[in-house]
Design a protein around this ligand. Structure first.
Ligand code: FES
Length: 164
């Protein structure tokens, strides 16, 4: 095991060790919480972080890579400065997420699944984000928004403006 890592910084290692107290038996149980910490810090999962995490947990890199490639949220590459996730499941569908999506696409210049040309925005359609009462719910980076409160482009512009 290396003592110094580029991406597995001491604060992330401290968090992993906290999780280890709860899940002391199998290092595989620490992979997902550790990936969340890496994602939280870097907004993506750098390729080298996978090898560093595997080295630290003493698991095979394919065990980490398998999880990263299975879950959309653990994306390898930062697509843009800001990541917008819009829920498309039934409650948000009934809450007219498509109208919200159209407005967001128009104001950001990004399209669902694609970044804007200026590199500021990436839009992703996702499954339930656990906030159905806010339908159509969406996230900008880690901030959760209630789409039902957005009545017009002006409301949305005020939100987007915080991220530019
Ligand atoms: S269905 Fe959209 S947040 Fe749950």
């Amino acid at each position: 095991m290396k003592t110094e890592y580029q991406f597995l910084t001491p604060d992330i290692i401290d968090k992993i060790e906290e999780y280890r107290k709860e899940f002391p038996y199998y290092p595989q149980q620490l992979i997902i919480p550790a990936l969340h910490e890496i994602l939280y810090k870097y907004r993506d999962i750098p390729e080298d972080a996978i090898f560093e995490l595997a080295d630290y947990l003493k698991v095979h890199p394919s065990e980490v890579e398998g999880i990263v490639s299975f879950y959309d949220m653990f994306r390898h590459k930062k697509n843009a400065k800001n990541h917008i996730r819009i829920c498309r499941n039934l409650p948000c569908h009934l809450g007219k997420y498509k109208n919200l999506l159209k407005m967001i696409e128009k104001l950001t210049g990004a399209k669902a699944g694609k970044s804007s040309e200026d590199g500021k925005w990436y839009i992703e359609l996702v499954e339930c984000i656990g906030s159905c009462s806010l339908a159509p719910a969406f996230l900008i980076n880690d901030d959760l928004y209630d789409g039902s409160q957005i009545k017009n482009e002006e409301d949305l512009k005020n939100i987007l403006h915080k991220y530019t």
